[in-house]
Design a binder for this molecule. Structure first.
Ligand SMILES: CC(C)(COP(=O)(O)OP(=O)(O)OC[C@H]1O[C@@H](n2cnc3c(N)ncnc32)[C@H](O)[C@@H]1OP(=O)(O)O)[C@@H](O)C(=O)NCCC(=O)NCCS
Length: 140
């Protein structure tokens, strides 16, 4: 199964999947997040579709490069399909997308409270980095 770049028409299905996977938060508009990621050359949303059913989205990963590093967001696999290797396929697709753009490193953030997913990333070769992430909103 191969991940493909999603199109604007996939927004409702992707957002539904993110909600089902507990990835949305009131302070982030997921439709805007999806649209922004597709709006420029430095980011996209990759997805896995069921074979023979173009409308059915099985998983997503948002990937983008900031000119220095590659970042991943909204990694999600339909809850009933988790544990079958789809998350690994999506993360490898994100690797390939970033390698094609000569970005030397991929990294991601895990929300506190979702610590259980760290073991998944470690299985794929990721390691916790010795950094703190600081942020500030620019849209308030
Ligand atoms: C995280 C997520 C995408 C993983 O997808 P998945 O399809 O279930 O993962 P895979 O089946 O590809 O697992 C790949 C490997 O990681 C292991 N793994 C998966 N989840 C794991 C977990 N919670 N703890 C330990 N290992 C885990 C699998 O056993 C597998 O190992 P193997 O290849 O040696 O057999 C999926 O659980 C999900 O959508 N979770 C909810 C959304 C979420 O939290 N996203 C991440 C936000 S940071």
């Amino acid at each position: 199964m191969q991940a493909v770049e999603l199109s604007p028409a996939d927004a409702p299905a992707a957002v539904g999947l993110w909600e089902a996977c507990g990835l949305t938060r009131p302070w982030n508009d997921p439709v805007s997040d999806f649209t922004r990621a597709l709006g420029g050359p430095s980011s996209t949303v990759l997805g896995l579709r069921a074979s023979g059913d173009g409308a059915s989205l099985l998983g997503t990963v948002m990937v983008g490069g900031d000119g220095h590093r590659g970042w991943v967001y909204y990694l999600a696999v339909r809850p009933e399909l988790q544990g079958q290797g789809l998350g690994r396929v999506l993360m490898h697709a994100a690797d390939d997308w970033l390698r094609e753009r000569d970005l030397p490193k991929i990294q991601l953030m895990v929300r506190r409270g979702n610590d259980g997913v760290v073991a998944f990333y470690e299985r794929l070769g990721y390691a916790i980095q010795d950094v703190l992430v600081l942020g500030r909103r620019l849209d308030d």
